[in-house]
Write a protein that binds this ligand. Structure first.
Ligand code: PMP
Length: 417
């Protein structure tokens, strides 16, 4: 893959303009203006390496995997399994079979809630989540609580949008059977102290799932170092295609867990009397999967690796600090989510202006932000607001783009005040 750095003497300098050329969509106009894409927490744009890989897959390789003995099927299977290895290395999973392909974070969490939860929870058990969860880390647990009689408990947060860790300590007890926690909040940007949470839960032998939908693209994740039991993320938030996601699970759990869905590929043998399930990871991969999506995700992760996740983290922090300082200088604007430890997400409200109006006005300037409750209605309720506007940055964004945002926000403020 192409070198994405300019080498000046020994020092590597992050070349954002060179990176931007890899993302075709970033050079398009919207309403006659240069696109400023600040909706990265909803989904990220795709580099041409990913787009071309998908096109090449359908042009030259398209075939069903695992079943054929012909050339195309074997070649597609090889690429499909090679992506699993890339993902294993990326999160440092101990075993290849701990990487399960799903449709996304949502399906990964549903898989665990349904398979692990249904076979392990009973009346009176407690499942712990936090007050800043995305709906996809609330509703699957509510469903399984309804089925099993377990109870959902919620770790509260403070006015900065940080988990109150003493409350977490208090909520953990012998009735707690599972903790499911978001690593980075999509609506507040808060980075949660997941290592502390995992260590503390493990002292009582309680497994922990980490929702990494908003952290996998920003922070280095090492599942062995974290020692989490499960980790879920979506391909489309890390520069890969939609419709593909990952569930990492510790082998000891995955072996014990019953299948989530039945069908082709997840079986070793089937008769009307008895079906023997396939080995890991295939036990959890029923039916023809998103083959192009998997291969595209592998390339997306190689792209991220090529820049370096630590380099990305550092640059995005600079963007966050710059954006936060410009926006905090506007008295009519209030940032929602002021955690000490944040990823590159800024949620805000503006006096007298509904977030939807803010979003619509910015759209006319070519700026894409997200407005609404961001699938975190309880967060909105906690802050007593109906919605926020949210700008979320990626490594392909620039300081100049943040200037454009700040300038347009000043116009909005003048208009409504
Ligand atoms: N969790 C968090 C924190 C998210 O931000 C999202 C997506 N907005 C999800 C879960 C769900 O991801 P997906 O829709 O890709 O399954």
């Amino acid at each position: 893959m192409e070198n994405l750095f300019i080498d000046i003497t020994e020092k590597k300098i992050f070349d954002v303009e060179k990176i931007r050329k890899d993302f075709p969509i970033l050079s398009r106009l919207v309403h006659g203006k240069k696109l400023v894409y600040f909706d990265n927490a909803a989904t990220t744009q795709k580099p041409k390496q990913v787009i071309e890989t998908i096109q090449n897959y359908y042009s030259n390789l398209n075939s069903n995997i695992h079943r054929g003995v012909h050339y195309l099927s074997e070649a597609a299977t090889k690429e499909y399994e090679c992506a699993r290895k890339i993902i294993q290395n990326f999160i440092n999973a101990k075993h290849l079979e701990e990487i399960i392909y799903t449709r996304g974070t949502t399906e990964s969490i549903n898989l665990v809630a349904s398979s692990y939860g249904y076979s392990n929870f009973k009346e009176g058990d407690e499942i712990l989540i936090s007050a800043m969860e995305h709906h996809s880390n609330i509703v699957p647990w509510q469903i399984i609580c309804q089925r099993t009689g377990a109870k959902l408990k919620v770790i509260p947060m403070n006015d900065n949008g940080e988990i109150i860790i003493e409350e977490f300590d208090k909520l953990l007890n012998e009735k707690t059977k599972f903790v499911s926690i978001v690593h980075v909040s999509n609506s507040l940007g808060t980075i949660n102290p997941i290592k502390y949470i995992i260590d503390k839960a493990h002292r009582l032998d309680i497994p922990v799932l980490v929702d990494a939908a908003q952290s996998i693209q920003h922070l280095k994740i090492d599942v062995q170092d974290l020692d989490c039991d499960f980790l879920a993320f979506s391909g489309h938030k890390i520069y890969g295609p939609t419709g593909i996601g990952i569930l990492y699970g510790k082998k000891k759990h995955l072996i014990e867990m019953p299948p989530y869905q039945g069908g082709g590929d997840m079986i070793m043998s089937v008769s009307f009397e008895k079906t023997i399930y396939n080995e890991l990871p295939y036990k959890f991969e029923a039916g023809t999967p998103n083959i192009a999506g998997v291969i595209g995700l592998g390339v997306a992760i190689r792209y991220v690796n090529n820049i370096g996740i630590e380099v990305i983290e550092k640059y995005e922090k600079e963007l966050l600090d710059y954006g936060s300082s410009l926006l905090s200088d506007m008295p009519e604007l209030k940032i929602i989510g002021n955690a000490a430890n944040k990823a590159s997400v800024i949620s805000f409200i503006i006096d007298n202006a509904h977030p939807h109006d803010v979003g619509t006005i910015l759209d006319r300037e070519g700026i894409a932000i997200r407005t609404g409750h961001h699938c975190t209605e309880p967060v909105m309720r906690r802050f007593n607001i109906p919605a926020t506007s949210r700008a979320s940055f990626s490594f392909y964004n620039t300081f100049e783009e943040i200037d454009v945002l700040a300038k347009s926000l000043k116009k909005v403020i003048n208009l409504f005040n």
